[in-house]
Design a protein around this ligand. Structure first.
Ligand code: TYD
Length: 207
């Protein structure tokens, strides 16, 4: 199998997408793939610097508009320095969050700014994944898990349960908008069942 595929994981905070994206990376490496596992915001030196501005501190630290600019700046650096070179070297890139997070967090949940998000995306990013897994979870359970981590990166978790519920709706809406690449996986199951479902989709897609 030739590489050069771009796979993303999306979902509300605490949905388990980081665990699942790592499990998929391990599986594909076992199949002999050259895999790059990366994340957003972050994934390059400059984007990791921008990450700290975004995920730490007071929930009102930035307006939704400023957030769109910061997330897009981080994504542009990540794309230029990490994602594009890896895809050109035929690696499989697995990314924990990408542009769908901006569409939902800043474009639908924080404010209704989807048109702004889309325009900036077309101008500065213009890249979509080949395959996207949306891990769908009960927002109350996911929020409890996320906050229990005490990661110091709780700016979005601190926006509360109503915000997480809006995010969930947003991700489900996105799956309908991009049905060819988006696969909604029920995250309320055991991690092994979730990864089994993901494996089945990836194997079908590769064949
Ligand atoms: P992440 O590290 O994936 O957090 P978690 O593991 O808790 O899901 O992402 C950090 C936060 O940034 C998360 O709350 C979602 C938010 N975010 C946006 O609001 N917009 C974006 O475009 C991205 C990539 C993340």
């Amino acid at each position: 199998m030739k590489g050069g595929f771009f796979i993303t994981f999306e979902g509300i905070d605490g949905s388990g997408k980081t665990t699942q994206s790592r499990l998929l990376a391990t599986l594909l490496r076992d199949y002999g793939q050259d895999v790059l596992h990366t994340r957003e915001p972050g994934g390059s030196e400059g984007a990791e610097d921008i990450r700290r501005l975004l995920v730490e501190g007071d929930p009102n630290r930035w307006s939704p508009e400023t957030e769109i600019l910061l997330f897009t700046a981080a994504r542009r650096d990540h794309l230029e320095r990490t994602i594009r070179p890896a895809l050109e070297a035929d690696q499989v890139v697995i990314c924990d969050r990408f542009a769908d997070s901006t569409r939902v967090y800043q474009g639908a949940a924080r404010a209704e700014l989807r048109t702004t998000v889309d325009r900036l995306h077309d101008l500065m990013i213009a890249k979509e994944p080949d395959l996207t897994f949306i891990i769908d979870m009960d927002p109350e359970i996911a929020l409890g898990r996320g906050l229990a981590r005490h990661s110091g990166e709780d700016r979005f978790e601190d926006m509360g349960l109503g915000f997480q519920e809006k995010l969930r709706e947003g991700f489900l809406g996105l799956a309908k908008q991009f049905p060819d690449r988006c696969h909604v996986i029920d995250g309320n199951q055991s991690p092994a069942s979730v990864s089994g479902e993901i494996q089945t989709v990836v194997e079908q897609w590769l064949s």
